[in-house]
Design a protein. Structure first.
Length: 159
């Protein structure tokens, strides 16, 4: 529910719901991850970073580390995103690495061209869903290349 509220851009409600979820199960790393996202989108990047760090402590999944790097890049620590991109490049030599992750990192580094290039790859790989409503893609809205990718994922607009 918290994630759906994020997509609806109802961040205060998402934060409240995800805090309830974390209160029920403080070891549920995905709740911390989504809470970090909601807090970051609301503009509280330090609190988002704290939630991503909690999520990272609870799981060896790459998602919390990726989101931590995204948040740090958003707050001005561009080197964190660069380090994560280098780590993803190294990992990609040994296993599959989702192109979507690079999209978010490049987007928060302010590199629209690379973000769109990786988003195109992510769409081609069928990795991305909810592209039409995901708030993290808001900086790309209106760009004809982004809008074309949305149409590839969701189909043509109905009249």
């Amino acid at each position: 529910m918290g994630e759906d509220l994020i997509y609806a851009r109802r961040y205060d409600e998402a934060i409240a719901q995800l805090r309830k979820t974390v209160g029920i199960d403080p070891t549920f790393y995905d709740a911390h991850l989504n809470l970090g996202t909601a807090l970051g989108l609301k503009g509280d990047v330090p609190a988002a970073i704290a939630e991503y760090e909690k999520a990272q402590q609870l799981s060896d999944d790459l998602a919390p580390r990726r989101q931590l790097a995204v948040a740090k890049a958003h707050s001005g620590d561009k080197e964190a995103a660069g380090r994560m991109l280098a780590e993803l490049e190294e990992l990609s030599q040994h296993r599959y690495v989702n192109a979507y992750w690079r999209t978010l990192l490049y987007l928060n580094l302010g590199d629209r061209e690379e973000a769109l290039r990786w988003l195109e790859q992510s769409v081609a790989n069928h990795e991305v869903t909810r592209i039409q409503v995901h708030p993290m893609f808001d900086p790309l809205r209106g760009d004809p290349r982004f809008e074309a990718l949305v149409q590839k994922v969701v189909g043509p607009k109905q009249k």
